[in-house]
Write a protein that binds this ligand. Structure first.
Ligand code: PLP
Length: 403
């Protein structure tokens, strides 16, 4: 396709997406809508499994399932041996974090520096594994726009900092963190740098060289429109020796002739032998479609739609848009006076409009710092139309007014 997504292109992409006919979907950040091509790729492999036997079908479709790895490498400007295919964002991020600790256990006094928007699941891993061993998890200050501040990070560094972790696009709003500027500080000081790109993959162009990360995790089901239960994990090749998986199997560490486990040299050391190959076929298709459309075109379209939605939401009485940051994503967070976010979500669902709502636990540091107990979240895709935005705004106008 061209470098711009036109209304005509979007109409064609919507026509090839069955969910656009049955839902007014504003939860693309929870999970987006797969295309017919992705559904067909999944179905085709399930059928192969049923007809030939799943193990035999797996061998026959090896080229297709490995395509996802090569396409993910293209998406990230990485090499295929730096990509692990996982079951979601947390399975990838958590496997890398646990492997980092297995290779080099946390010591009392070690420090992990995290952005204020770190995903709650990642924080749980850090607390369970690193804090129990006596390491400390500390928050890097944000600047006046709410973005993690690279200069504040620099001022915190000493020889005890072993890891910097950043959630690039937070789950609770439209802010985009300066991932490359944080990466430049990490590189300068030779500190390991993990990026949670769950919301970035498929929404922003990603160049892992530019970001300067050692590890980057992404989910298949969000902006990429891949199947639920898929994820991508990038590990920089030089960093692989610093990751010893917390557990291995016949795929990640097959036994050699002498009975010794031979840990794979590539990122697939963080995969498991058993996986849904049908979903990997679907993921490969979703990756192909995203690359065909072009990530610059996707980013430009999502940004224009989200900015427009923010302006229209802010004009509704009783609605407060909560997004911080300078550069913003397709996640639009807001609250409605007198209604809690789950009630807004339920009321809109009753009118056929799907949004998300988050409490504190997904992004506890940011929610607490901003005194927020919950947010309603309307997340857009390049598939989102002005008609759908009109339906969302109408549904919000129907809510019982208070305040
Ligand atoms: C920023 C961020 N990180 C991690 C996750 C968790 O992803 P998964 O459910 O694939 O493990 C999410 C899910 O919404 C997210 O938004």
């Amino acid at each position: 396709m061209t470098s711009i997504l036109t209304d005509h292109d979007v109409a064609a992409l919507r026509a090839a997406t069955p969910g656009t006919r049955s839902a007014i979907h504003f939860n693309h950040a929870g999970s987006s809508l797969p295309s017919n091509g992705t559904l067909d790729a999944i179905r085709a492999h399930l059928l192969r499994e049923a007809e030939r036997g799943p193990m035999e079908a797996g061998v026959a479709a090896r080229a297709e399932t490995e395509t996802a790895r090569a396409l993910a490498a293209r998406l990230f400007n990485a090499q295929p041996d730096e990509i692990a295919l996982t079951g979601g964002n947390s399975p990838g991020w958590g496997a890398a974090f646990a492997a980092f600790a297995t290779a080099s256990p946390w010591q009392p006094g070690d420090r992990i520096l995290v952005g204020r928007h770190e995903w709650g699941g990642n924080l749980a891993c850090m607390r369970l594994i690193a804090e129990r061993a006596g390491a400390r998890v500390e928050t890097i200050p944000s600047d006046q726009d709410g973005c993690v501040d690279p200069e504040a990070l620099r001022a915190m560094l000493d020889e005890r900092v072993r890891l910097i972790a950043l959630t690039w696009l937070p789950a609770n709003g439209g802010l985009i963190n300066p991932a490359a500027a944080i990466g430049a500080v990490a590189r300068e000081h030779g500190i390991a740098y993990f990026v949670d790109a769950a919301q970035a993959v498929g929404q922003l162009p990603i160049d892992v060289e530019q970001v300067g990360c050692d590890v980057l995790a992404g989910a298949g089901r969000k902006a990429l429109r891949g199947p639920r239960g898929t994820g991508l994990l990038y590990v920089r090749r030089d960093f692989l020796p610093r990751l010893t998986p917390a557990w291995v199997d016949t795929h990640s560490a097959p036994l050699g002739p002498d009975g010794a486990p031979m840990l794979r040299p590539d990122a697939a050391r963080l995969e498991s032998a058993e996986a849904s190959l049908a979903l990997r076929c679907g993921l490969a298709n979703a990756l192909r479609e995203a690359l065909d459309i072009g990530l610059d075109a996707i980013r430009a379209r999502v940004d224009a739609i989200a900015q427009g939605l923010r302006t229209e939401l802010a004009a509704l009485p009783g609605v407060t848009v909560l997004d911080q940051g300078r550069e913003r994503s397709g996640l639009v967070s807001f609250n409605v006076a007198g209604l809690d976010a789950p009630a807004v979500q339920r009321a809109l669902a009753a009118q056929g409009v799907t949004i998300g709502s988050n409490g504190v636990s997904y992004t506890p540091l940011d929610m607490t710092a901003r005194g927020l107990a919950q947010i309603a979240r309307a997340s857009v895709s390049y598939l989102t139309t002005q008609d759908e935005i009109g339906r969302l705004l109408d549904a919000l106008r129907q809510l019982p007014r208070q305040g």
